[in-house]
Write a protein that binds this ligand. Structure first.
Ligand code: SF4
Length: 408
């Protein structure tokens, strides 16, 4: 088994800090992935419940791969470690008991993908069998790991993930030269098939197995637009039955050996937040990637959420009558989300919807007034002007509740 390979042995606390630093590129189950929850408060776009903050443990930062954006890359000059499974298991269980939120075990590729996966399995066995830990475990699958090892990992974990990272396979060559479509998509396909097979197996002797798979996609790594990212994410959800896709911002800030032509890049956080919103609009609201990021405007906007931006591009569909519009159309009105659409439909059974009723139901008239009529009456501006709407619907726009009630 692997021993500690540092030149000078760090104290456990120091190693823990290094682990957290090394694992920060992996956002799965991390609260950082929930930035858009902040946005949803103002826009009404329903976001998925935040995943729990699961403490991450990192088996090794001594990677054989050389991804330009990652501090664990083999060409980077940094202190290295590889934890022994027993040590990592003890640390994981301690962390899990402190946080009561489960365990996320991940690693750089130490020696080779199968060897690393075996170390992860060994660690999981100790956690489950020696420490009798029955809680939630999310385990990383190494790119290119053997199917049998993936299976064994799945029998010990609740969730598995392998990170796809780039939106176009040819871009691996630009930022992660050792990765390729096959060593990422093959394990993803195997995980998906195993989860499906286990769910369909009703025999008494079926082993416990992970129930979900996630992945991580980086934005801004190779000049790809948001349409490309969203289209890929839809395909991944469909093909691999993913529970969730985590979006992260690509950063390349320090020169990496082998990437002389790569320019320094820092993808802004707002772009990641907009991608999360678009992701939810597609899965919960029935939008398509083409509608949210059409050919004429393939990138999501910084100041306007993707649903409001779609409405502004499609003013010919508005205003809609609050007393007649179907659920799907109400969902597309800026400021009206899943909950409010349901409330309006339910209220229509017993009353006529007026603007006062909408306000009482919780609809933000600042966002919605220009897109609705109530019994044929329109309370928006004199005309639907695109520039005016952009200002009104901007995330930076102040909320003039008094002005609105005067209008009403
Ligand atoms: S495979 Fe790439 S991203 Fe993952 S730890 Fe190694 S260098 Fe970092």
């Amino acid at each position: 088994m692997a021993g500690i390979i540092m030149n000078s042995e760090p104290f456990p606390e120091e190693k823990l800090l290094m682990m957290h630093e090394d694992a920060r590129y992996d956002v799965a189950d991390d609260d950082k992935a929930c930035i858009p929850d902040l946005y949803s408060i103002r826009t009404g776009i329903k976001s998925k419940l935040s995943p729990p903050k699961v403490p991450k443990v990192f088996l090794s930062n001594n990677c054989i791969f050389n991804c330009a954006y990652c501090s664990c890359r083999c060409s980077n000059d940094k202190r290295r470690y590889a934890a022994a499974p027993k040590e990592l298991a003890e640390l994981s269980v301690k962390q899990a008991r402190l946080s009561s939120r489960g365990i996320f075990i991940t690693s750089a590729i130490y020696k080779n993908p199968d060897y690393t996966q075996e170390l992860i399995i060994e660690t999981l066995k100790i956690i489950r069998r020696d420490y009798y830990y029955k809680g939630y475990i999310h385990a990383k699958v190494m790119p290119g790991a053997d199917r049998e090892l993936i299976y064994q990992t799945g029998t010990l974990a609740n969730r598995l993930s392998v990170n796809i990272e780039v939106a176009k396979s040819e871009n691996y060559n630009l930022i992660a030269k050792n990765k390729n479509k096959n060593n990422i998509l093959t394990p993803m396909g195997q995980i998906s098939a195993l989860i499906k097979a286990m769910k369909n197996d009703s025999s008494r002797f079926r082993p416990a197995f992970a129930v979900s798979q996630t992945t991580q996609l980086m934005a801004g790594s190779a000049g790809e637009d948001d349409y490309t990212i969203l289209r890929l994410s839809r395909a991944l959800y469909r093909k691999y039955d993913l529970k969730r896709i985590y979006y992260t911002a690509f950063h390349y800030e320090h020169p990496a050996v082998g990437y002389d032509n790569l320019s320094f890049t820092t993808t802004p956080k707002w772009r990641v937040a907009r991608l999360y919103q678009a992701d939810r609009l597609i899965s919960l609201y029935g939008f398509s990637a083409e509608e949210l990021a059409p050919e004429s405007s393939p990138n999501l906007m910084r100041d306007i959420d993707p649903k409001a931006a779609w409405a502004i591009r499609n003013l010919h569909l508005f205003p809609v009558e609050a007393n007649k519009a179907d659920y799907e159309m109400l969902l597309r009105v800026p400021g009206i989300g899943v909950t409010l659409s349901k409330r309006i439909i339910a209220a229509r059974k017993t009353m006529t919807i007026t603007f006062e009723v909408l306000k009482a139901l919780g609809v933000s008239m600042r966002r919605s007034a220009n897109f609705l009529t109530c019994i044929g009456k329109f309370y928006g501006g004199v005309c639907l002007d695109t520039e005016m709407l952009k200002t009104t619907l901007s995330d930076k726009a102040p909320i003039f509740t008094d002005q609105l009630s005067l209008t009403l």
